[in-house]
Design a protein around this ligand. Structure first.
Ligand SMILES: Nc1ncnc2c1ncn2[C@@H]1O[C@H](COP(=O)(O)OP(=O)(O)OP(=O)(O)O)[C@@H](O)[C@H]1O
Length: 250
């Protein structure tokens, strides 16, 4: 099988990936530690170079893609703030950058979207606090708020519930359900679906860097739910221009 391929340190990490995500889908990427889930979402977005195959974002290769505001990416760990004191509001407001035209000052719409996102994740009252003062789970909520503030069409989230308390997980599940109901697309990495389970419409299970299941999420009892069942989801063989479309070149 020829498909999307990633090598890291000259070691094969992803092999033969053929995956398309349609607008309005809520897709979970599942699999054991080290199976390649984070690498897959990063490669889909063009953040990790491919050694074979190609990835398309709304029909364009990442280096020619000009509509980054359409995609809200939540990385696995907080990668902003660093040693520089940064407020929670500033981090969340940075989610508006890809929507702002060059040299245009921050406007009322930006401020409103930032506050709405902070309220959604329950951190509005902490807006002026340094992001470094938050726990790991709360920092994860800041990253989610940053993506929400950008009002993207597609959310790509790497383990959004990892290290997050159960109340925040429920809040996230509710937020994502509303977004999916409004036609937004969600692709998330998860170890366990937990409260996210009801909103997930499709599961892609990785094993040793290859897709071993693409179809109904594991809640479905029966052979379809079993990782390794070689059901091919119809979306994997159609040729639409979805938000994330990764196909082999040949
Ligand atoms: N920068 C890198 N250089 C070399 N190898 C890497 C790098 N990043 C990841 N890997 C390797 O690639 C494989 C897949 O890693 P990846 O983080 O994508 O897995 P994962 O399924 O997301 O794991 P986890 O559930 O633990 O987050 C692992 O064997 C990992 O050691």
């Amino acid at each position: 099988m020829n498909g999307g391929q990633v090598d890291l340190d000259r070691r094969p990490v992803l092999r033969g990936i053929d995956l398309s995500v349609e607008p309005g889908e809520a897709v979970a990427v599942l699999g054991a530690n080290g199976s390649g889930k984070s690498t897959l979402v990063r490669a889909l977005l063009g953040l990790v170079p491919l050694s074979g195959g190609r990835t398309l974002l709304y029909g364009s290769p990442p280096d020619r893609f000009r509509e980054w505001w359409r995609i809200g990416y939540v990385p696995q760990r907080l990668s902003v703030g660093g040693g520089v004191p940064t407020t929670i509001r500033e981090v969340v407001a940075s989610g508006r950058i890809s929507r702002q035209r060059r040299l245009r000052p921050t406007g009322a719409a930006d401020r409103e979207a930032t506050m709405r996102a902070l309220e959604t994740v329950g951190l509005a009252d902490r807006a002026s606090d340094p992001v470094q003062s938050l726990s790991g789970g709360q920092q994860q909520r800041v990253l989610i708020a940053r993506a929400l503030a950008g009002e993207p069409d597609t959310f790509v989230m790497d383990e959004p519930t990892a290290g997050v308390d159960s109340e925040s997980q429920l809040l996230l599940a509710e937020t994502l359900s509303v977004l999916v109901a409004r036609g937004k697309t969600v692709l998330l990495v998860a170890h366990e679906l937990g409260p996210l389970e009801p909103l997930i419409t499709r599961a892609v299970v990785l094993r040793h860097g290859s897709v071993c299941h693409d179809g109904p999420p594991p809640r479905a009892v029966g052979t379809h739910a079993l990782p390794g069942h070689d059901h091919v989801h119809p979306h994997a063989v159609q040729a639409p221009v979805g938000p994330l479309d990764w196909r082999p070149t040949s």
